[in-house]
Design a protein around this ligand. Structure first.
Ligand code: KIV
Length: 272
């Protein structure tokens, strides 16, 4: 007989640690607004990431770099109002934590205070150690993000798989340890070889959440709009589409427009 799965009324950073220890996989998705945040939460997703991918998905920018702290706080506070169970993690946007650790802390405090979110995420390992330490000292939970870190896209010059070479792989394994030792509650690992991700996850006690990092990690994250099939142009190998929402939306909206033009909407039952 297998033991019944523990149900959690509210997901906390402690819950995630417990889930990893029990071998229970963690589900994570992005959300940027009240309505979809609420749906993702009610569907039972454990962690909702208010990602700086909002820069691409919501604002139409080519990269994550332009989104501002005020814009992230707006998205995060909207999501928080729709969520009852999931842990809400918010990305610190580019330029709000790299210059110095005091600015990093001020940015993290603004997110926590003005959005009501539960934790922040930032990109990098050893090179942003001071910022992470200062934020953690203030009692704010921090999630790391290693591998393909989109805020460094102009340094990388490409969105291809990271850490295929020995030196970058060794630095990544060092960085996961550093993040764990500092007290981060989890790490997102993006687009790295599956074997390396498995080794990284096995080497630490905090959860490693993968995106394009194979199955031998502690959980998975995807961008909501990508997995719902709203973005036809983006088709990386790691993306599984659970819906063709783009097509469904086109169909529904096209039908509405046709109905209006043909005077088929509203009907007698749809008026006062
Ligand atoms: O901003 C984001 O959506 C992310 C995920 C891709 C992990 O960081």
């Amino acid at each position: 007989m297998t033991a019944a799965k523990k149900t959690y009324a509210r997901i906390t950073t402690k819950t995630l640690h417990e889930m990893k220890a029990n071998g229970e996989k963690i589900s994570m998705l992005t959300a940027y607004d009240f309505t979809l945040g609420g749906i993702v939460d009610q569907a039972g997703v454990d962690v909702i990431l208010v990602g700086d991918s909002a820069s691409n998905v919501m604002a139409g920018h080519e990269t994550t770099l332009p989104i501002t702290l005020d814009q992230m706080i707006y998205h995060a506070s909207s999501v928080v109002r729709g969520v009852k169970r999931a842990l809400v993690v918010v990305d610190l946007p580019f330029g709000t934590y790299q210059a110095d650790s005091k600015e990093a802390l001020r940015s993290a405090i603004r997110i926590m205070k003005e959005s009501g979110a539960h934790a922040v995420k930032l990109e990098g390992g050893e090179q942003v150690k001071d910022s992470i330490e200062r934020i953690l000292k203030a009692g704010i939970p921090v999630m790391g993000h290693l591998g393909l870190t989109p805020q460094s896209i102009y340094k990388f010059g490409t969105y291809t798989v990271r850490a295929k070479e020995e030196q970058e792989a060794a630095q990544l394994l060092k960085d996961v340890k550093i993040l764990e030792e500092m007290g981060c509650f989890g790490i997102v690992l993006e687009k790295v070889p599956a074997a390396l991700a498995a080794q990284a996850a096995a080497s630490i006690s905090i959860p490693v959440i993968g995106i394009g990092a194979g199955s031998q990690v502690d959980g998975q994250v995807l961008v909501l709009h990508d997995m719902l099939g709203m973005n036809k142009e983006f088709s990386p190998r790691f993306l599984r589409r659970y819906l063709d929402l783009d097509q469904l939306l086109h169909q529904a909206i096209g039908q509405y427009s046709a109905d209006v033009k043909a005077s088929n909407f509203p009907s007698k039952d749809e008026q006062y």
